[in-house]
Design a protein around this ligand. Structure first.
Ligand code: FAS
Ligand code: PHB
Length: 393
């Protein structure tokens, strides 16, 4: 348990945002301390994102967590969008010159923990009752409890990397915060199975029965999702029921040839679009899911957290090392400019590929027309590809 009372940047949350920010600040000689609510085992047990934008790969390389990603990550030059048996290939490489890397967030987080351990950074797990004070003073304090003891740490800046259900966002006064939200009436039932992937590239499938996604983690670990009503419970979905529903939504050739097997993880994730403004309140800066949530249809969640870290790490280095406030003053607007564009893309992919219970026949026609436009128009495919591989920082 830490006995420290001071740090330069206190980071709340030991997920990918907090860990990556801490690693980049430490590499620049800035002292940090991470306060994490869960155990490390719990953080590393969460199955989340699977696709890394090229910008994310660059940032992880800059942070020194590159070897395993280079060894085990699978470069993908494209993906498929399908409507029953119509398969439209989006060739990222041809259209943008870029590719994405399939490498699980769990692996990224594990590598970041290992790098932070090697750095000797203090990460306090099992913290509760975090309270952030004096954000309008030159030095702020973060109070927290751990193993029954109340502690506090004095710091110059606080990074709120504590996800959607954290305390940071609500530390900004309600009358200062402007929140934007769209809750979708469905979730994603996700399954991990030790089976070869159904296809060499991801398939985002649209069908009368709803959305499905065929993804992967490696050549013998597949990740699948199907759209389910938010009222569904995981234990209502046997493996057999899941595989049958998935196959009905994928192109028939894929469904016939794919291998199924026992699920090793099964969970339902709700879908929402959410953003809060501003991302700064005095010495506090919101990063990643603490600031925004996107539906995973655009594979943006983790990648957007990384671009927030890109903007904030440079700003904090300037503020701490050179006492220049320019970067931190600009952080919120700079990060939000990219956040809103990714928010739009994720919303567009979600509305284009999911069925809404109250939709009329016109909506189905619009989905099919969008897909057939993508099939025929290189311009439309380039627009999708540019957003999917990641807009510039
Ligand atoms: P995280 O939520 O990962 O980390 C926040 C950390 O803060 C957690 O470890 C939490 O324990 C801790 N914390 C919370 N409150 C605290 C407090 N009061 N004090 C201290 N610590 C506190 N993105 C994709 O791109 N593709 C996907 O397929 C995808 N699937 C997802 C499925 C689910 C179920 C969820 C929830 C998210 C998914 N995401 C996906 C988005 C996800 O990958 C996030 O974008 C990513 O985890 C963001 O990282 P962080 O900002 O670090 O937030
Ligand atoms: C995943 O593999 O978990 C994944 C991939 C792409 C997405 C969402 C999830 O858009």
């Amino acid at each position: 348990m830490t006995t420290r009372h001071k740090t330069q940047v206190a980071i709340i949350g030991g997920g990918p945002s907090g860990l990556l920010l801490s690693q980049l600040l430490n590499l620049a000689g800035i002292d940090t301390l991470i306060l994490e609510r869960s155990s490390r085992e719990h953080v590393l047990s969460r199955i989340r994102a699977g696709v890394l934008e090229s910008g994310t790969v660059k940032m992880l390389r800059q942070a020194g967590v590159y070897e395993r990603m280079a060894q085990h990550g699978i470069p993908h030059n494209g993906c498929y969008l399908t409507d029953n048996d119509l398969m439209v290939h989006i060739n990222f490489k041809e259209l943008t010159g870029k590719q994405v890397l399939v490498f699980g967030q769990t692996e990224v987080t594990a590598d970041l923990y290992a790098a932070q351990d090697a750095m000797g950074t203090e990460i306090v797990h099992g913290v509760t009752d975090v309270l952030i004070n004096d954000l309008d003073q030159t030095r702020s304090t973060v109070e927290y409890s751990v193993e029954g003891t109340r502690k506090s740490i004095e710091c110059r800046y606080v990074a709120g990397c504590d996800g959607f259900h954290g305390v940071s966002r609500n530390t900004i006064p309600a009358d200062v915060r402007q929140e934007y939200e769209r809750i979708y009436p469905f979730g994603w039932l996700g399954v991990l199975s030790q089976t070869p992937p159904a296809n060499d590239e991801l398939i985002y499938a649209n069908s009368e029965r709803g959305f499905a996604l065929a993804s992967m983690r490696n050549e013998n670990l597949s990740r699948y999702y199907i759209q389910v009503p938010m009222t569904d419970k995981v234990d209502e979905w046997s493996d057999e029921r899941f595989w049958a529903a998935l196959k009905q939504r994928l192109p028939s050739a894929t469904a016939e040839s794919m291998m199924t097997g026992p699920s090793i993880e099964k969970s339902i994730a709700p879908l929402r679009s959410f953003a809060t403004e501003p991302l700064r309140w005095g010495n506090l800066f919101l990063v990643g899911d603490a600031a925004h949530i996107v539906p995973p249809t655009g594979a943006k969640g983790l990648n957007l957290a990384v671009s927030d870290v890109f903007y904030l790490h440079g700003a904090l280095i300037d503020a701490v090392k050179n006492n220049s406030k320019t970067g931190i003053d600009a952080y919120s607007d700079r990060a939000l400019a990219r956040i809103w564009k990714s928010m739009r893309f994720s919303w567009q992919m979600t509305t284009m590929l999911h069925r809404f219970d109250d939709e009329d026949s016109f909506a189905g026609q619009m989905r099919r027309a969008t897909l057939s436009h993508l099939e025929k128009s290189e311009t439309a495919r380039r627009d999708l590809a540019e957003n999917y591989v990641g807009l510039p920082y």
